[in-house]
Ligand binder design. Structure first.
Ligand code: UDP
Ligand code: MG
Length: 316
């Protein structure tokens, strides 16, 4: 981590149908890259785009030798795209940012500044999300707090994937075999001195949001299940709780049977309610188990995380 040693930076940008933002992204990134005091590589990862993104990446590589790119054989998702970028990166400091300019490239010198102070991970914390709907803000806010409460590691709230990581951290991430790559979580898990810088999250520069509600929800469940065993314990607690209720019910029913034989609560209604109650408790618990078992299944299959159609510009 000596600033004078090899000043080699990697910028990693996952790209999924971003033809509208790429020119502006490159313009702003190259200005920042020019201002840096060392060699830089810009790694673009095409996550199975169906628009002109890949062609534009090829053109950029022709124009500028600092640009290299990976192209997936299909869409594998944002976290996987970042993972591939990390796998191929060679810099001493590695910076991950989104293509849509929600993570302003102009913050990179600030991230580097903290890194030179001795921090291994410098993540950017959003103080404000401009022009994002109340629903997104509300769900994000609640989710980050819930995750913090449940997770085994301290995953800082309101931070995205926009961050700088030291080579050492990236090597560790690259050695993690797991398929569920919630990078924010893994990044916190490795430890080492970490710090945050604050920024206001800009609205997307152009194009559609690629993280649909479904994808965000899947990411949320993934992160909870990958970083917490509390839901499993919850199943046990739910079971204990319903057993306790059942015991009380049993006493009540016996009492009514002998002392108030005309009470309606000894009849069908009570039976139907308890069947539904127990049925749903059981289904919830099976669902929770299923989430974990599904992940074991995925891990055991041991398929590669992604398939690459093109790897260009890494010869150097
Ligand atoms: N992205 C990707 N694969 C996907 C979805 C998104 O590589 O399947 C990229 C996208 O091009 C962008 C970044 O991930 O660079 C974040 O996506 P987006 O801005 O749509 O999400 P949000 O800002 O809502 O997190
Ligand atoms: Mg975005």
């Amino acid at each position: 981590m000596n600033a004078n040693e090899s000043l080699n930076y990697s910028l990693i940008v996952p790209i999924y149908n971003e033809e509208k933002t790429i020119p502006e992204l490159y313009r702003r990134l190259s200005a920042v890259m020019d201002s840096l005091d060392g060699t830089v590589e810009l790694i673009l990862i095409n996550d199975g785009s169906s628009d002109r993104s890949l062609e534009m990446m090829r053109e950029l590589h022709q124009q500028d030798a600092r640009v290299c790119y990976l192209s997936f054989a299909r869409n594998f998702g944002h976290q996987t795209a970042v993972t591939a970028g990390l796998n191929y990166s060679r810099g001493t400091a590695i910076i991950v940012l989104d293509a849509d300019l929600q993570d302003p490239p102009e913050l990179i010198p600030q991230l580097l500044e903290q890194w030179r102070q001795g921090y291994y991970v410098v993540y950017a914390r959003r103080t404000k999300r401009r022009k994002e709907g109340w629903f997104k803000r509300f769900t994000a806010y609640t989710f980050y707090r819930l995750l913090r409460y449940l997770a085994d590691v301290d995953i800082p709230a309101d931070t995205g994937d926009f961050c700088l990581m030291d080579r050492k951290v990236v090597e560790l991430l690259n050695r993690m075999p797991e398929r569920d790559r919630y990078i924010r979580g893994l990044r916190a898990w490795v430890g080492f001195p970490q710090t945050a810088i604050q920024y206001e999250r800009e609205p997307r520069f152009a194009g559609e949001v690629k993280y649909t509600f479904r994808k965000s929800f899947a990411l949320a469940i993934n992160s909870l299940v990958s970083f917490s065993k509390v839901p499993l314990r919850l199943a046990t607690y739910l079971g204990l709780f319903s057993a306790f209720l059942a015991l009380i019910m049993a006493f009540l029913v016996l009492y009514w049977r002998f002392y108030q034989p005309n009470s309606p609560l000894t009849g069908m209604a009570a039976i139907i309610v308890s069947i539904f109650f127990l049925g749903s408790v059981q289904l919830i618990c099976i669902g929770i188990l299923g989430e974990y078992i599904g992940r074991i299944y995925e891990e055991v299959k041991g398929r590669p995380l992604y398939t690459l159609a093109e790897v260009v510009g890494f010869e150097r």
